[in-house]
Ligand binder design. Structure first.
Ligand code: PMP
Length: 394
């Protein structure tokens, strides 16, 4: 039977990370591959009580709801964002099924075939998947440790007339980088000068390790209604609730709500009502502090082991928050090839190449440190170091 798929299907790609996870889940492998939060930190009792309360006290939690999201939840989100200097009204917020849906809905209402999106290189793989599925052209901007290089950004804005600049400026996936305040302001200045919308993806902003705060979100510095900002409860409560949100110019949010209506009518009502209870009854900020402390400790264990590798030319970005180490090996080493060796040894990572828009650096890899205990990190890193050092010798 020939099923006759749409032309669009050829732009849908399977995620390299998900494919790797499938293999890893089959065996007894220590995985630094997925971007998973630590399950022992899930606030099980609080989630249980919140869902119980949602279901037993208000039948609205079981009913169809507003596409924009439960108003009480949007009010609480506005309040939480305000505490971080991002002052927006509930009507500028759309509750989504994770940030992933925010990226998809935004793309659906903004991009025509051939439209250009500027991104960092490397950047979040699943955003690239979405952008490509809408037949856009993604163009990489050069960057250094502080964010995009402004000269290259301006040159590429002038050359490509992009529709949007997509950034993950705080504890990025995959690199763990944080944009400096200066670069954030410069990005806004250019976006304003050339009338380009910025899409700020911020799932990790709350997962900081240092006392030193990351610079304010780009959205909170925006005075010209240019920034769409998305975040999520996937990393701070549980990913399975699938609650994210996007805030931005009302004209865009309104059209995105229409697209959402066509897609899934609204985000899961039980999850939204449960989250309202959770935010009221549970000290989420205290919980986030516990997550930060735990992840910080794990990051330090991984860092110590990375420091012990005797390969000249190995470098990494020490994360100040988030979930990942981004490691560069000597140029001649290929991490896609090394993954097979690593899996045979019982450890996994994600090769860096799929995160690149262009000019992939095959000698890079991403390591997650949040989903393994310190003991497992030690065991897994021992295996990984062995694989890397062996590969270097041959
Ligand atoms: N953006 C980035 C940069 C991410 O790393 C993730 C999760 N891996 C998401 C968006 C999507 O998160 P969710 O849909 O769970 O909110």
């Amino acid at each position: 039977m020939k099923y006759g798929f749409s032309e669009r299907v050829k732009y849908l790609k399977s995620s390299a990370v998900r494919d790797i996870l499938k293999v890893i889940n089959q065996g007894n492998i220590i995985s630094f591959a997925g971007g998973l939060p630590e399950e022992s930190l899930f606030p099980i009792e609080a989630v249980d009580q919140a869902f119980h309360k949602a279901v037993t006290t208000n039948t609205k939690s079981l009913q169809y709801g507003e596409t924009e999201g439960v108003k009480e939840l949007r009010d609480l989100l506005a309040e939480r964002m305000k505490q971080k200097g991002l002052v927006r009204q509930a009507e500028n917020i759309l509750v989504t099924s994770g940030s992933q849906q925010a990226i998809d809905l935004f793309s659906r209402v903004m991009f025509n075939k051939g439209d250009v999106i500027l991104t960092e290189n490397p950047t979040y793989l699943a955003a690239l998947q979405v952008f490509e599925s809408y037949e856009t052209k993604v163009v990489a901007v050069d960057s250094d440790d502080d964010g995009m290089i402004i000269q290259d950004l301006e040159a590429k804005i002038a050359k490509f007339k992009p529709k949007c600049i997509y950034v993950v400026p705080t504890y990025s996936n995959p690199t763990g980088k944080v944009w400096s305040l200066e670069r954030r302001l410069k990005l806004l200045e250019l976006a304003n000068k050339y009338h380009v919308v910025i899409f700020e993806d911020d799932p990790y902003g709350e997962l900081q390790f240092d006392k030193e705060q990351a610079p304010p979100s780009i959205a909170s510095l925006d005075e010209n209604n240019l920034v769409l900002y998305t975040s999520t409860f996937s990393k701070t409560v549980v990913p399975a609730m699938r609650i994210g949100w996007i805030v931005g110019p009302y004209q865009i949010i309104r059209i995105m709500a229409q697209a959402k209506q066509a897609s899934d009518l609204h985000t899961n009502s039980i999850s939204q009502h449960a989250l309202v209870h959770l935010l009221k009854d549970f000290d989420i900020d205290q919980h986030i502090q516990t997550i930060r402390d735990t992840y910080y400790e794990r990051m330090l264990v991984m860092k110590e082991l990375l420091d012990s590798v005797s390969i000249e030319g190995l470098s990494y970005i020490a994360p100040k928050g988030g979930m990942f180490f981004w490691v560069s090996l000597p140029k001649e080493m290929n991490t896609t090839a090394l993954l097979d060796e690593a899996v045979k040894e019982g450890v996994a990572f994600v090769p860096g190449a799929p995160f690149y828009v262009s000019d992939a650096e095959e000698n890079t890899l991403r390591l997650n440190f949040t989903n393994s205990s310190p003991a497992l990190i030690r065991e897994g890193m021992e295996k990984l170091v062995k694989v890397l050092e062996n590969a270097k010798v041959h």
